[in-house]
Design a protein around this ligand. Structure first.
Ligand code: FES
Length: 519
């Protein structure tokens, strides 16, 4: 007997879809291309997939006057409103690439360089003859409905097979390619090059990524793959190459970062830190390289905190605390504030710590329950935007994972004060205020001029790999020679982790410039 289906109409946009009672509203939305924020991949724990059911009967989990889309099912036709906060549609891709102007191609052949991120996919259209970028485009990775991090994607493909996630990433790439080629007639894409973490690379190639969880160290992660793009369903046909990775948790995106930084060619030792849900760290020089991956948690990407949100319109991305201990802030697109994104949260904790509102333990010195950044009447959601001690704890855990990872590599390689440069990568990179990041103990307290932003190194690396045979050889050599250092179970890492669980650190002598500001 055919199962009863209900019509769900989503607003804004009035897109409608038929769904069975076993389907959640989150699944129904995804099936018609609407993406609702779902950092916990529908486990019902993050509370970010909030929707308003304005008409119809449902069975599900209520949150105030709203419902959790992942835990709510239709029992009749429904009318569902997705609040801006829950929508992933307005994500702001934070990079300077948007400043690159669209240019004409010198011939008919073009290449596409791609950064396949867990959250976003960014691409360059490349004039292969002149070897320069003639266009840029980016899109949300459609896989985000199945969780924000690689572990959720691995779990999804283990339970439901790889095909669905493969289809979603191919669709995303096709959207990016379509935008890159818009208005350009008779252009033939002959080569594509993609840099992504190992899970994204596997899913793109339609390979099962479950092996990564079972065995993060395998030679096969270090191989650059070549495939026929059209056989994978990519509309821009041609040869697709993927950058080789280092391990299951340090992928081709990080090899791209290294290539873009040039640290693998220097005699002096440098460190590279890619800040994201996973912090990837590489240390070394032309002789040797060692890399690790540390799970920073979702706080810097807007999840895991009460008022955290992704860097989209209305997110507070810069905050300073004035003499009256009031927050002065800026929002993306100058919209009314709806929440605080990663860079804003780092600013906020750093500002409150320097003003003595937060103590070394991340607790409110005056025993208040929360710090209100935006009162109810000024916020774009009608709810106040505030920071609690629980939020501070989650930010401290994230920063600690990255700092302890950096310190552990430095202990087995070269001490932090001796580093020539510290390269900061990741889309978050350009927007990370180094001073504030050092203040909370996320980055080491080293002379600020040693810090260099490289922005989206993964995309820059993919571009170099696509256009320059010498760089291709360099990247393949970087992947081969970099040693992966496993942090879980490592005694030095555990020790460093415990010491770093403070603002900025238990050992004040490691943060002399921050201490000076406090005195
Ligand atoms: S609570 Fe629904 S996706 Fe996290």
């Amino acid at each position: 007997m055919e199962k009863k289906k209900h019509r769900i109409t989503f607003h804004p946009g009035k897109k409608a879809v038929l769904a069975e009672e076993k389907d959640s509203i989150l699944d129904a939305a995804a099936s018609c291309g609407i993406h609702i924020s779902s950092p916990c991949a529908g486990r019902g724990t993050c509370g970010k997939c909030v929707v308003i059911v304005s008409e119809g009967i449902t069975k599900g989990v209520k949150k105030g006057n709203t419902y959790l889309a992942c835990k709510t099912h239709p029992l009749s036709d429904l009318s569902v409103r997705i609040p801006d906060n829950s929508s992933t549609g307005k994500y702001k891709i934070l990079d300077h690439f948007h400043e690159i102007k669209k240019k004409a191609l010198s011939g008919k052949n073009a290449g596409i360089a791609l950064d396949i991120g867990t959250t976003t996919v960014a691409g360059f259209l490349v004039d292969l003859k002149k070897k320069h970028v003639v266009g840029t485009a980016s899109a949300y990775n459609k896989q985000v409905v199945h969780g924000d991090d690689v572990l959720s994607r691995i779990d999804h493909s283990r339970k439901h097979g790889v095909e669905k996630l493969n289809r979603l990433i191919v669709e995303t790439i096709n959207n990016v390619a379509e935008e890159l080629l818009e208005g350009r007639r008779n252009v033939m894409v002959t080569d594509l090059c993609a840099a992504g973490n190992t899970t994204m690379t596997y899913l793109l190639l339609n390979n099962d990524p479950s092996v990564i969880k079972k065995n993060p160290v395998l030679d096969e992660y270090k191989i650059p793959y070549t495939a026929n793009a059209s056989k994978l369903g990519i509309s821009a046909c041609g040869r697709l190459q993927t950058l080789p990775g280092i391990s299951g948790y340090v992928g081709g995106d990080v090899v791209g970062d290294v290539l873009a930084s040039g640290m693998h060619k220097s005699n002096k030792v440098s460190m590279l830190i890619d800040v994201g849900t996973n912090g990837e760290i590489v240390l070394g020089n032309r002789e040797w390289l060692v890399a690790c991956s540390t799970s920073a948690g979702p706080a810097f990407e807007g999840a895991g905190t009460l008022c955290g949100m992704k860097a989209s319109s209305g997110a507070i991305d810069k905050i300073s605390i004035n003499e009256n201990l009031k927050a002065e802030y800026r929002t993306i697109d100058d919209e009314r504030p709806e929440g605080i994104c990663g860079s804003g949260l780092i600013d906020l904790v750093a500002g409150l710590f320097l003003k003595g509102v937060l103590d070394h333990n991340g607790l409110f010195a005056d025993k208040r329950k929360k710090y209100v950044v935006v009162p109810k009447k000024e916020s774009g959601t009608g709810k106040e935007i505030a920071l609690t001690e629980k939020d501070v704890k989650s930010i401290i855990l994230s920063k600690t994972a990255i700092y302890a990872g950096a310190e552990t590599l430095a202990k087995i390689g070269t001490p932090l004060p001796e580093l020539e440069n510290i390269y900061i990568a990741g889309a978050f990179g350009y927007y990370l205020d180094i001073e504030k990041a050092v203040t909370i103990g996320l980055l080491p307290d080293l002379p600020r001029k040693r810090y260099k932003y490289i922005g989206n190194g993964s995309l820059k690396g993919a571009l170099l790999y696509l256009t320059d045979a010498k760089k291709r050889r360099e990247a393949d050599a970087v992947a081969k020679k970099t040693t992966y250092y496993e942090l879980s179970g490592d005694k030095t890492f555990s020790r460093e982790f415990l010491k770093a669980l403070y603002l900025p650190h238990q050992d004040a002598s490691r943060f002399p410039l921050v201490e000076k500001k406090l005195s």
